[in-house]
Design a protein around this ligand. Structure first.
Ligand code: PLP
Length: 450
């Protein structure tokens, strides 16, 4: 961790000359060179250490450099780095067995991919093949990935520049009590009206044209929108009524993030397909997949599934998943995440909401929380608008910079700070990060009107 400014300059220069970055105007970015990470911290080459309240892209559930996972990858690398998907492999078999063991109901088989986007592409393909129907319903305020179908499933502005309207996706509004699309005043009203709206969309689109409803169990990047209790069971019932498959995107919510193995476990709902990635091995090696119910798997018992990947069930990625899941079981990581939400993050964030006039609402569960910032609590005017221009985003950028100056790496999106540390964070580190956020929120308070 000794400062090495020369190395930082070399990394930065090669990056600027040759690396093309995601979602960015290439001439307007300056990515921070990172030298290493351990547990809930990572550091740059100049000796600055950051407490990671973002878990990178909300994937680092067990923190950096978990020794058991690092060792499993090293051991597997020395034994067999890669093997084509048509062979059977011990790490792949064991990863699939462990994932199926933790998945609800009869979701007993796993199709492995390299990440969340591919998982959603394949889940949609499976649903279309099984039902023989073309359309898929997804929610506004969602993110499902960045290839053609996954991008069209996405209900946020990242879709706009590439939306050709050709993916057979129809969008609806999910529940969001704080900014109700249904003029609801209570969570119960919101739930009932959101379900009624979904059913109407299905009826007007034509139930026999709809293969699947694909939703995040708890909307992640677009706001950590925890649905009212009856919502997911209600969506399951509507899907059953019309012979539509329910696909839950658990890419962000899976593997402990919400204090349960899967987000659906919070409501006892069993979907037909679950898509996952991120937390399955904390992203140490790229891995994702679709967990498939017996009913859907049976459809492909005699007809071939038309899809595959060179790296489906990659041994290094699966070895990392096996070690991650076993470490999570042995260390009680999922239970710890639930405890953090109930006893540390939730209570402390609610207290901040009382003392900071810029906080409109805090919501979440487990290690998955949002602080929604406003200019006016009464009108709920957002601190920065939906899809802000760079100039409009300034208050949030100032807030993020204030956190970073104090050694906290935050996750921000539009007018929200998401508090999404690794699920293994200690109470002490969590409180330290919350102290920093508490101080930094004074930046947002200055924008409060009146
Ligand atoms: N689905 C959800 C809910 C996500 O949060 C993400 C990524 O943030 C994805 C899908 C896409 O996953 P990936 O970036 O691994 O392709």
């Amino acid at each position: 961790q000794r400062p090495d400014p020369g190395a930082a300059a070399a990394v930065r220069a090669a990056d600027r000359a040759h690396v093309f970055h995601s979602w960015s105007a290439q001439a307007h970015i300056d990515p921070l060179p990172i030298a290493g990470g351990e547990g809930v911290h990572f550091w740059d080459y100049d000796g600055n250490r950051y407490l990671d309240f973002s878990s990178q892209f909300v994937n680092l559930n067990i923190g950096h450099a978990h020794p058991r996972v690092v060792e499993a990858i090293q051991r597997q690398a020395a034994r067999l780095c890669t093997i084509a998907p048509h062979f059977a492999n011990d790490q792949r078999s064991e990863a699939a067995r462990l994932i199926a063991e933790h998945a609800p109901g009869d979701l007993n088989r796993v199709f492995f991919t390299n990440g969340g986007t591919e998982s959603n592409e394949h889940a949609v393909r499976m649903a279309r093949l099984v039902t023989g129907r073309p359309k898929v319903l997804s929610a506004y305020r969602s993110y499902h990935g960045a290839t053609h179908t996954a991008m069209h499933l996405t209900g946020d502005p990242r879709r706009w520049p590439t939306d050709t309207g050709t993916a057979g996706v129809v969008r609806f509004f999910g529940p969001y009590p704080y900014r109700s699309a249904f003029h609801a005043e209570t969570a119960e009203q919101e739930c009932a009206r959101a379900l009624e709206h979904l059913e109407q969309v299905i009826q007007f689109e034509g139930p026999t044209t709809i293969a699947a409803v694909l939703i995040e169990t708890i909307v992640g990047t677009n706001g950590i929108l925890v649905p009212p209790d009856g919502y997911l069971p209600g969506v399951r019932a509507i899907c059953d009524r019309y012979g539509i498959l329910l696909v839950t995107d658990e890419v962000m919510t899976g593997f402990g993030r919400t204090g349960a193995w899967f987000g659906v476990d919070n409501w006892g709902v069993v979907p037909d397909l679950i898509t996952f990635a991120k937390g399955v091995n904390s992203g140490y090696v790229p891995l994702g997949g679709v967990i498939i119910s017996d009913r859907v798997a049976a459809e492909f018992a005699d007809r071939p599934y038309p899809g595959g990947l060179t790296y489906s069930g990659h041994p290094l990625a699966c070895a990392a998943a096996v070690a991650t899941i076993r470490a999570m079981e042995d260390e009680g990581v999922v239970e710890h995440a639930a405890w953090l939400g109930e006893h540390v993050l939730g209570p402390r964030l609610r207290k901040m909401a009382e003392s900071h006039p810029s906080v409109g609402e805090v919501r979440g569960l487990g290690a998955f929380w949002a602080v929604e910032l406003v200019r006016d609590r009464r009108t709920r005017e957002m601190l920065v608008p939906f899809a802000p221009t760079p100039a409009q985003a300034a208050p949030m950028n100032e807030l993020a910079a204030a956190c970073r100056r104090r050694g906290l790496w935050p996750f921000t999106h539009f007018n929200r700070v998401h508090v999404v540390p690794p699920c293994v964070i200690s109470e002490q580190d969590a409180q330290r990060g919350l102290d920093i956020l508490d101080e930094a929120l004074e930046v947002a308070d200055r924008y409060v009107e009146g």
